[in-house]
Design a protein around this ligand. Structure first.
Ligand code: NAP
Length: 516
């Protein structure tokens, strides 16, 4: 296929009034389409369920964004049956034809970009720039995985011995269950689903209970792109009600999960148990939480470091697995960096994402709001709060202001994933200690070092325990194809989404040898 080389999708320029106008129009248009119903889609058929999930706007919880089906074991069973039957056909469809569906889905997302941003603002509470980065990432996944499949379609080179030909190729696996989180509802759901589909598998797609409407829009885009019925079966439902069924079922070949450590470990455990009629060892691709640290040493550019700490800690209210939730500062620059961080964080504009200058929106849901609020209480006991206020009434929107605690390294707020706009600042005597503190976590997703000291950077290059390590820059916003993403330790199986090793995780590698 004669495709142009892969290139990341550019972000929108919000200083361009035309983009602002288009976004306002999209917010108005999507605003007039709220509170509609979205059934499950199984084999192309719309399936109603007895119950429903009501998805609300986190900035205005009395506003329903939409109502989706609430799948039970019955619909899960139908979806697995459909995906199993469709696999026979889809697995034999050519890789080129499969890749074209992704390219078409990407073109549709580009055309519907502002609409997707508006859904992100309503259902995810995303500020515009955050929503835009995420939709651009979804487009990148589609473009990148389409090209990756073309690269891998004939297998990869291996050696042969004289008189023989050895070939190493990839084939589809079977039915995949795709379980996504709410924090990147367009990008991660699209990325995990498209990787599974382009490699010839069929899927049951379960979005998060907090962003099922965006899930329905993504499913609809694949449908519009011409994906044959039954390849993607859209199954909105509560993980607690339908998750175990999907994971344990003998028809499930693999599970691609992104979410919390707790859920990921449960899925891993359940998937490992052999049940009746099971014909394979299920594969689990699990990307989980983080407690990501930025180390600032005494040689760093302190203004830049402070700006990137603030960006990495408070982008999307800290609800990124890659968010900086620990800043570990060298004692000699501690006060200066902390003051700069406080000053810059104070300048952030918090509010409903209805204009481009809102930097911090609400947290996603009432349970998340309660969780973050309880950590604010814990932090107040463990250390000194140098920025932030007690969260207000959740009925007014799930807003939590950017918060900073000065704490010791073993404080709970410095050890446990909070997933909100809460930063723990820790003092380190020297670089050695800073690196030890950074590595003192069960997680290992992202991390950063700000330094001009070559020895420090080289040491961190080897020793920083994280799947994605960044020097002299922020630690969030991994670019597809440029910063393949996935964590060490309890952060997951290091699948490196958006990287060259990702698609093979969704395939079986076959070795065929012929002697002549
Ligand atoms: P979560 O509570 O673990 O939920 C993730 C998904 O799992 C949801 O679709 C959820 O459904 C489902 N689920 C819940 N219980 C299940 C069960 N027993 N079996 C199968 N599925 C089940 O996580 P979240 O709150 O949505 O997302 C935030 C977490 O994701 C954070 O820990 C964050 O660090 C992590 N994350 C990691 C990455 C990464 O690449 N490493 C990226 C983004 C987010 P319901 O929504 O219905 O509960």
């Amino acid at each position: 296929m004669g495709l142009i080389p892969y290139k990341n999708e550019e972000y929108l320029d919000w200083s361009d009034e035309k983009n602002v106008e288009k976004m306002r129009a999209a917010l108005k248009d999507v605003g007039s389409r709220l509170d509609r119903s979205y059934p499950a889609i199984i084999g192309g058929k719309r399936i109603e369920t007895d119950g429903e999930i009501v998805s609300v706007n986190p900035a205005n919880p009395s506003q329903a964004v939409g109502r989706t089906a609430r799948a039970t074991d019955r619909e899960a069973d139908m979806a697995l049956d459909m995906a199993t039957a469709t696999f026979e056909y889809w697995s034999r469809t050519s890789p080129e034809a499969r890749a074209r569906i992704l390219l078409r889905a990407s073109a549709i997302m580009k055309r519907r970009r502002f609409e997707l941003l508006a859904w992100e603002a309503y259902e995810g509470g995303k500020p515009w720039a955050e929503a835009d980065a995420q939709v651009a990432e979804a487009i990148d996944f589609l473009e990148y995985y389409a090209r990756e499949m073309l690269r891998l379609k004939d297998g990869v080179e291996i050696y042969s011995i004289p008189g023989e030909e050895s070939r190493y190729t990839y084939q589809p696996m079977g039915v995949g269950v795709i379980i996504a989180p709410w924090n990147f509802p367009t990008a991660i759901l699209t990325g995990m689903s498209s990787a599974a589909i382009v490699t010839g598998n069929t899927i049951v797609m379960k979005p998060s209970e907090f962003t099922p409407v965006i899930g329905a829009v993504v499913a609809e885009i694949f449908e519009e792109a011409g994906l044959p019925e039954g390849v993607l079966n859209f199954l909105p439902g509560y993980g607690s009600e339908v998750g175990d069924y999907l994971v344990q079922d003998a028809r499930t070949r693999f599970i691609s999960f992104t979410g919390s450590m707790k859920t990921g470990l449960r899925i891993n455990e359940l998937a490992a148990r052999q049940i009746e009629n099971q014909r394979w060892v299920k594969r689990v691709i699990a990307e989980m939480g983080g407690k990501d640290a930025m180390v600032i040493d005494d040689s760093a550019d302190l203004d830049s470091a402070a700006a990137d700490i603030v960006k990495s800690a408070y982008g999307y209210s800290g609800q990124k697995c890659s968010a900086a939730s620990r800043a570990i500062l060298h004692a000699d620059v501690y006060d200066e960096v902390l003051n700069k961080v406080v000053e810059k964080a104070k300048a952030l504009r918090i509010g409903v994402p209805e204009s481009a200058d809102v930097n911090v929106g609400p947290v996603i849901s009432e349970p998340q709001f309660e969780k973050v609020a309880s950590y604010v209480d814990v932090g107040k006991q463990e250390g000194e709060r140098v920025l932030g206020e007690d969260p207000g009434d959740p009925e007014d929107g799930y807003f939590v202001s950017p918060t900073i605690f000065e704490v010791e390294r073993d404080a709970r707020v410095a050890q446990e994933e909070i997933f909100g706009p809460v930063l723990s600042v820790i003092k380190a005597r020297d670089f050695d200690e800073a690196l030890r503190v950074a590595n003192d976590s069960p997680y290992g997703l992202t991390g950063g070092v700000y330094s001009k000291n070559r020895d420090h950077l080289e040491r961190a290059r080897q020793e920083f325990k994280a799947g994605n390590v960044y020097f002299n820059r922020g630690i969030t916003g991994a670019l597809v194809g440029v910063q393949p993403f996935g964590g060490f330790g309890m952060s997951g199986t290091d699948s490196k989404a958006g990287g060259p090793d990702y698609l093979p995780l969704h395939m079986l590698a076959r070795t065929v040898v012929e002697r002549f």
